[in-house]
Write a protein that binds this ligand. Structure first.
Ligand code: HEC
Ligand code: HEC
Ligand code: HEC
Length: 132
């Protein structure tokens, strides 16, 4: 078996065979950890944004805009919907339909009947276009 996936960063990852370690053009085949950007004027405060890496196109989570929209009420999300640390989002299963069915993770709001757009036909509102 030979699977080649082009990641958004333009890194070519090649997996050969079963159980063998993925080898990559540059680094390992694993997706990078989410990238947190701090606020310039408040570097010890809550994140400005968090970039989630995805083979479907990276997603820039506008953390600051999200809490400003709820008047800075952290408890809308923490800790009930998300821990106040970087943990798996549990959002991606079944192209987000699993989370939408239970209105968990991002689909706590991003779902039909929720307070923000659902994944369905809105992929590009979250996922950046891939370079390949
Ligand atoms: C609309 C939802 C939402 C609101 C409101 C919100 N956050 Fe977050 N926050 C998130 C998400 C999503 C993550 C990433 C969670 C993950 O990766 O598991 C996060 C992560 C964090 C982290 C961890 C980042 C790191 O570097 O470890 C901190 C700290 C944080 N938030 C602080 C706050 C504070 C303080 C507030 C209120 C001013 C707030 N958040 C409001 C959604 C929210
Ligand atoms: C508390 C409710 C809530 C949660 C939880 C939430 N969002 Fe949102 N999000 C919104 C609202 C409201 C908007 C604005 C919707 C609009 O403009 O139609 C939005 C907009 C966005 C946008 C467009 C950029 C922007 O900020 O206007 C992106 C991208 C996005 N959300 C990603 C996410 C991701 C990824 C998660 C999970 C990590 C998430 N959201 C969790 C409520 C939420
Ligand atoms: C509200 C923002 C948002 C929308 C809308 C959205 N996604 Fe995502 N998607 C994400 C985030 C954030 C991740 C990484 C999340 C995670 O690790 O659970 C992700 C991950 C994925 C993955 C990666 C799965 C994997 O195995 O790594 C796929 C595929 C995907 N999305 C497809 C889609 C498709 C197709 C649509 C449109 C029908 C869509 N997404 C709409 C935010 C979104």
């Amino acid at each position: 078996m030979l699977v080649t996936a082009a990641l958004a960063a333009g890194v070519m990852v090649t997996l050969v065979g079963c159980g063998s370690k993925p080898s990559a053009g540059t680094e390992s085949g694993k997706l990078p950890e989410p990238l947190v950007t701090r606020q310039h004027d408040n570097p010890d405060g809550p994140p400005e944004s968090i970039l989630f890496f995805s083979p479907a196109g990276n997603v820039l989570y506008t953390h600051r805009q999200h809490y400003e929209r709820v008047d800075g009420d952290c408890q809308v999300c923490h800790p009930k919907v998300f821990p106040q640390k970087l943990d798996p989002l549990n959002y991606k299963k079944a192209l987000h339909r699993a989370a939408e069915a239970s209105m968990t993770s991002c689909a706590h709001c991003h779902a039909v009947g929720g307070t923000a757009f659902a994944a369905d036909s809105n992929c590009s509102r979250c996922h950046a276009p891939r370079e390949h």
